[in-house]
Design a protein around this ligand. Sequence first.
Ligand SMILES: Cc1ncc(COP(=O)(O)O)c(C=O)c1O
Length: 466
Amino acid sequence: MTHNPLAPPWLNEPDDANALAGGLWSRTATRTGDGEMAVGGVAASDLARDFGTPLYVIDEHDARSRAVEVREALQSAFARIGTHAHVYYAGKAFLSTEIARWMTEAGCRIDVCSGGELAVVLAAGVDAANVGFHGNNKSLAEIERAVVAGVGTIIIDSLQEIERVADAAARNGRRQRVRLRVNSGVHAHTHEFLATAHEDQKFGLTLEQAPDAVARIRAHGDLEFLGLHGHIGSQIFGEGGFAESAARLLGVHKALLRDGPVPELNLGGGFGIAYTSADDPTPIRQLADAIADIVRDECARLEIPLPEVAFEPGRTIIGTAGMTLYEVGTTKPVALDADGRPLSRLYVSVDGGMSDNARPALYGADYSARIASRTSDAAPALVRVAGKHCESGDIVVNDDYLPGDVAPGDLLAVAATGAYCWSLASNYNYLGRPPVVAVRDGGARVIVRGETEADLLARDAGLDGR
Ligand SMILES: Cc1ncc(COP(=O)(O)O)c(C=O)c1O
C-alpha cells in the first residue's frame, strides 16, 4: 500500500475505516448488528437524541475497572518487593462528584490542585485524609481550607509555602503532613526522556534546594515531612524516565534520612494511553513491575530501607473511558499538491471543537475518529476533523481515515477524550460546555449537565437590574 504523503508517517490507510481499533476505544464500545456504535450498551443515535451533541460519553465500567487495575498493578508490584504503594487518582484529568466516588470505590485516593477541585471531592464525600493537595501557587485561603478540612497531605511547592502551611497548621491546632515537590531534571514524554542537571519549569524546588527546605519543614512542630515528590511529565510509554527520576530522588532521600524519617517517595503520574493506532504504551502491570524493580535495586544500592511509594495516575485511568460524540455539519474536499501528485484532504466540520477539546490546539495532540451512526463501504478518505470556532487552529482530529462518503448528519465519535478535555473546556465563542453522560449496562445518565445560553448570560453583569 502506498503511503499518502499528506498523512503523517505513522498513519496508514486502514483496510476498514469503520473498525474500532483495540486499545483506542473504551472497553464496552462496539458496533451493533446494524453497524451503529454503542457504548455501555447504549446506541450512539440514542445518546445524541436524548442528550444532544457535542456530548462527552464516559464508559462507567471502563473507568471503574481501569482504576482498580491500575491501583492493583501498582500495589501488587510494590507488595512483591516488600512495600506499599498509595495510588492517588489525579483529579485534574477529569473530576466530578460522581467520578470522585467511582475512584474512591476503586480504592484510590485523590489528588487535587485547586480549592475548586478540593470543593468537588469534599462535596462527593471523599475522606479528606485521602486527599493530596498540589499547586505551585496555592492561595492562603486554599491552604487554610485544606488544613481545616483535614487534607491528608499538602505538596509543598516553594520555600514560601513552608511558612504558609506551617502557619495555617499552627493556627488550626493541626499537625499537617507534607511532601516536598522537587524537579529531578528529568522530563519525559512518550518514548523519550530528557535528563538535565536542572529543570527549567515552574513546579517544585531543585534537588540541591531540597535538604535545606526539608530542614525548614522539620523545624516546624506543626508539620510532618513524608517525603519527596517528583512528576516527570505525561503520556509516558516506558519506564526509563521513571528510573532516572527515582534514582535521582532516592539519592536525596538517602541524604534526608540522616536527620529524620522519610517514610515515602512519590513518583507522580504520567502513564500514557493510546490516542492513535501508532501509540503503544507499555501495559500498566509491566510498567509497575519495572518501576518497582528499579526502586528496590536503587534502595539496595544506596543501602536504605524501602520507602512506601505513591503515584498519581490520571489519564491512564479515565482517558480511554471517554469519547466525544459530535454531529457532522459540513464537509469540504481541499485539493492539494504533494510533490507534484494531486491529492486531497477532506475537512469534516463538527458542532464542537477547541472549546470541548483544547488539546490539539494547545499542544498538537492527535486523536482518532469513526463515524458512529453507521458503517460504510466507501473507500477511506484522509480527513481532518475541524470544530466550529472562529480559529483556523480549531482542529479536533488532525489526521485520520474515514469512509469517504462521510456526510452532514453523520454522528462522529472521537476516541479517548476522557482526560484533559472536559477539564480544559472553555466557553470560547459562547459555546456552552457539553454535558457529560455516564453509560453502563444499557442505561445513560447525566453526571454533569451541559451549559445553556441562560448559564452563559447569568454571569454577565451588564444585564443586572434590567
Ligand atoms: C503532579 C502531577 N501528578 C499527576 C499528574 C497526572 O498525570 P497523568 O494524567 O498524565 O497521569 C499530573 C499531570 O499534569 C501532575 O502534574
